[in-house]
Design a protein around this ligand. Structure first.
Ligand SMILES: Nc1ncnc2c1ncn2[C@@H]1O[C@H](COP(=O)(O)OP(=O)(O)OC[C@H]2O[C@@H]([n+]3cccc(C(=O)O)c3)[C@H](O)[C@@H]2O)[C@@H](O)[C@H]1O
Ligand SMILES: Nc1ncnc2c1ncn2[C@@H]1O[C@H](COP(=O)(O)OP(=O)(O)OP(=O)(O)O)[C@@H](O)[C@H]1O
Ligand SMILES: [Mg+2]
Length: 275
């Protein structure tokens, strides 16, 4: 598979420039149209206190509020979920995000007991220790499971926070935070997401803080940029069609190719994207 900046931009639907107001309107309308068409009752999303879930959560609540104002046949709901692993270091930010979003419903599930039970079962079965890296992905998959439990119970769709700057490097857990029913941020770069939050008057600290997956026990709050070895500015420049250093472009394209399987359905006999 040959890739270059133009092809990646086309695959991920990233744009050189956006109009924040138009993007917000279109993405809220998309959430409204899809939930109505699906016949479901609303949405579920984990709110971490980071930039992406603050933005996706706000757009989701805006969609629910508009639908409930426009029609009275049913009341659509948004279940904003806190999913800490024990105690969360930046819990204050998560509360600030909830305060900004003002979701119609809030639920908390501490994922630590379930994650620890999984790790203990793994060790019992294999006699091996699960690495802290794999444990991190287990946390993300446990969060996915908790959101699908709530979604299935209340007849709601699970919202995802994937966007172009995350998709391009495959920096998400396959079937963890990568799993969802609807992804309203698709196509945006990280700085464009920031632009939308500024337009929505979000608290500054929620979009100025360093993005983190915060999954590995031995690296609490490690910035994504350190884990990746590429900055969001570099990823965003590439995705917005700007000139980037050749070494960086090659690095991005290598990661893009390596993680192609994460942006596709499970590979089947008739597929050719992997050849
Ligand atoms: N070529 C291939 N074709 C089909 N499937 C392939 C494959 N290679 C691996 N796989 C499968 O994929 C699995 C590996 O994928 P995966 O489990 O995702 O694991 P992996 O990609 O190794 O790790 C996930 C990365 O995303 C980061 N992350 C996760 C969650 C959230 C965030 C965030 O920014 O918030 C970041 C995390 O820190 C880590 O660096 C393998 O175990 C295997 O099952
Ligand atoms: N502690 C948590 N509580 C609830 N949801 C979480 C938690 N950690 C991660 N998630 C979910 O997993 C998604 C992926 O995490 P990710 O770190 O990419 O996004 P973020 O934390 O919202 O933003 P940022 O990239 O700026 O840190 C989040 O958007 C959120 O839906
Ligand atoms: Mg985060």
């Amino acid at each position: 598979m040959l890739v270059n900046q133009e092809k990646i931009m086309a695959d991920l639907h990233s744009k050189a420039k956006i109009n924040a107001e138009e993007e917000i309107k279109a993405r809220v309308q998309f959430l409204k149209d899809y939930v109505v068409k699906s016949g479901t009752n609303g949405f579920v999303l984990g709110i971490s206190g980071g930039q992406d879930s603050t933005l996706a959560g706000k757009l989701t609540q805006m969609a629910v509020d508009e639908l409930n104002e426009e029609q009275k046949e049913k009341t659509y709901q948004f279940f904003a979920m806190r999913l800490p692993y024990g105690e969360q270091l930046d819990e204050e930010d998560a509360q600030a995000a909830l305060n900004f979003i003002k979701p119609s419903n809030q639920l908390t599930i501490n994922i630590k007991p379930a994650v620890q039970a999984s790790i203990a079962s793994f060790t019992k079965a294999t006699n091996e220790q699960m690495s802290l890296f794999v444990q991190g992905n287990t946390k993300a998959r446990e969060r996915m499971k908790a959101q699908y439990d709530v979604g299935a119970h209340y007849g709601c769709l699970v919202v995802g926070t994937d966007h172009a700057a995350e998709a391009v490097t495959g920096f998400f857990t396959k079937y963890g935070d990568g799993a969802c029913d609807i992804a309203p941020l698709f196509g945006l770069t990280k700085r464009q997401g920031k632009e939308l939050l500024i337009h929505l008057n979000a608290p500054e600290k929620l979009y100025l803080k360093a993005p983190t997956a915060d999954l590995e026990d031995d690296k609490p709050g490690i910035p994504d940029e350190v884990a990746l070895g590429i900055t969001y500015d570099q990823l965003d420049d590439y995705l917005e069609g700007k000139d980037v250093d050749k070494t960086i472009a090659t690095q991005i394209e290598r990661r893009y190719k390596m993680t192609e399987h994460k942006r596709n359905q499970p590979v089947v006999l008739s597929d050719s994207w992997w050849k």
